[in-house]
Design a protein around this ligand. Structure first.
Ligand code: SAM
Length: 279
């Protein structure tokens, strides 16, 4: 260990290989065969990491499979062209098996009875949370697009856990205020919605005491393509990625400085932050 940074990780191994290529290369010169071999190894380290995590982690739980299949097979483009969806949705928005198992496991680790999900999409994470709750548990799932609420309904009903799931259609900002007024509190909250909304969702969650003391807030995409520490990765003129990147950078800064919580950002997929409300 040096300065708290582990001596060797897959990313650091790739970074060292790339640094060595950079130090031995000069502009206009072809790469030596040794540099090319290092480049290939760095690429292998980076591109094989996520597939390896999938390979040695549990496969999709039975409860999630019908939703993953329906998500993959739905005609999203047709629905968008017919004006049925609010956004041009894509199956890639689904967290999939790995993150589904992850949030399900976190729900069980937290011994949660009350869970909140901000950004439901096709419910592939919602069912993993619901099936991890006790019989009398509840997950409130917030989703702005009514098309998705209709999409998930038959699947939630067939899952055997539909009675634990309360889908609220509308903007998360308004829904969170309403949930606060209703007096709900949660042991676990999972945020995976519009990135520019993250900070306001966080502020409402903290101000309205939606997260119990000792409760866990899990926030997805907090490394947003690496943009918080390598902003050039996002095109400055990109009307979606640039505001998303800026919002995540600001979110991470504000949360890290908040004395009320304990924060750990994990380099898992596109970054997942654990925020624990201090006792
Ligand atoms: C990345 S997807 C969520 C994926 C989901 N957690 C899963 O694993 O399947 C983000 C979702 O947030 C929803 N969303 C976007 N803006 C929102 C808002 N202001 N309020 C509530 N939901 C919103 C989108 O419609 C989309 O379904």
């Amino acid at each position: 260990m040096s300065d708290g940074i582990p001596a060797e990780t897959p990313l650091l191994s790739a970074s060292k290989l790339l640094a060595s290529i950079l130090s031995s290369s000069s502009e206009g010169q072809p790469l030596s065969s040794s540099s090319l071999a290092k480049l290939k190894l760095a690429h292998k380290l980076l591109s094989n990491l996520d597939p390896y995590l999938d390979e040695v982690s549990s496969k999709a739980p039975e409860i999630q499979k019908p939703l993953l299949k329906a998500t993959a097979e739905n005609d999203w483009e047709g629905a968008w062209k017919r004006g049925e969806t609010m956004f041009q949705l894509t199956p890639a928005w689904s967290a999939g098996a790995y993150e589904g198992n992850f949030v399900g496991m976190m729900t069980r680790i937290m011994n949660a009875k009350n869970a909140l999900e901000v950004g439901m999409f096709t419910g592939t994470t919602t069912v993993c949370i619901a099936s991890s709750l006790p019989k009398d548990g509840k997950v409130i799932a917030l989703e702005i697009d009514p098309y998705l609420a209709n999409f998930v309904k038959p699947h939630f009903d067939a899952s055997g856990h539909g009675d634990k799931i309360d889908v609220r259609v509308g903007g998360a900002a308004e829904s969170l205020v309403k949930i606060g007024e209703e007096g709900h509190q949660f042991e676990i909250i999972f945020i995976d919605a519009d990135k520019p909304g993250y900070l306001s969702y966080y502020k409402t969650i903290m101000e309205k005491n939606l997260l119990k003391k000792g409760g866990l807030l899990v926030v997805d995409n907090t490394l947003y393509k690496g943009s918080p520490f390598a902003p050039e990765i996002v095109d400055f003129d990109d009307e979606i990625s640039k505001p998303n990147a800026d919002a995540i950078t600001e979110f991470n800064k504000v949360v890290a400085a908040d004395e009320r919580v304990e924060v750990v950002l994990l380099p898992l997929r596109d970054g997942v932050t654990f925020i624990m409300n201090k006792e």
